[in-house]
Design a protein around this ligand. Structure first.
Ligand SMILES: *Cc1c(COP(=O)(O)O)cnc(C)c1O
Length: 228
């Protein structure tokens, strides 16, 4: 009997990978220029296994504790997993985040930069760091203001963070392309070559506009049970 959960996951993965490759090609970019991060927040291990079986190895979570609970077992069973943190991070969880994640996409303020700098110095781990920019200047969203980006970047470099790029979530219910283009320009202006942008609803646009990492949850796993 075929394992339908695994074949469904493999089919969704293949569809999304094709869409990413097509969008990247329109911009003259190779498919492997875009890393697909499967956002598995709120999804129990049982729901993640089919994707691992289908070959996916890069995953994202938005809570340190949830990742600490779910991933040690999965990592023991599947080699080569890379775990990305995409949610807001409290400074008092910086050491746990450094110990658990291979990349942190939500570095957005001086206090967190300092906490991560200390945590990295005290460990043998150097997770890739993305500075999160509040690209639509929305009061309720995480991310540093565009005007504060130069100072935050300088501070992060001084604190020893391996800053690789920028991350943003554009305002919902508007055309995301101008925001993706703006984030790409900010990255170019600061000599950063990685761009974490694009989610289930807009990853093709992001892949056309230079995303090196797209963060996809719903399109892979279905609608999450709660609004996480
Ligand atoms: C949940 C989340 C995603 C994935 O969103 P989907 O719309 O389900 O693809 C991407 N990025 C961040 C920062 C998230 O919190």
């Amino acid at each position: 009997m075929p394992d339908t959960a695994a074949s469904d996951a493999a089919a969704r993965l293949a569809t999304i990978r094709n869409s990413i490759a097509r969008a990247a090609a329109l911009a003259g970019r190779p498919a492997d220029a875009v890393t697909l991060i499967a956002i598995s927040k709120t999804i129990p291990a049982d729901g993640i296994v089919p994707l691992l079986d289908a070959g996916q190895r890069v995953f994202g979570e938005n809570r340190v504790q949830e990742a600490q609970a779910k991933w040690p077992d999965l990592r023991a069973r599947y080699a080569g997993v890379a775990l990305h943190l995409v949610g807001q991070l409290q400074s008092n969880k910086a050491a746990d985040a450094v110990a658990t994640f291979d990349a942190i996409h939500s570095v957005d303020r001086p206090s967190l930069v300092q906490a991560l700098g200390k945590a990295i110095a005290a460990s043998d781990r150097r997770p890739d760091c993305f500075l999160q920019v509040n690209i639509g200047d929305e009061p309720q969203k995480g991310g540093c203001a565009i005007a504060e980006l130069p100072a935050l970047l300088a501070e992060a470099r001084t604190a020893g963070l391996p800053v690789v790029g920028l991350m943003a979530v554009p305002p919902s219910d508007t055309e995301p392309a101008p925001y993706f283009a703006l984030l790409a320009k900010l990255a170019r202006d600061h000599d950063l070559d990685q761009l974490s942008m694009g989610m289930s609803g807009d990853y093709e646009t992001a892949a056309m506009l230079g995303a090196t990492h797209v963060r996809i949850g719903t399109a892979l796993f279905g609608v999450r049970p709660s609004a996480a």
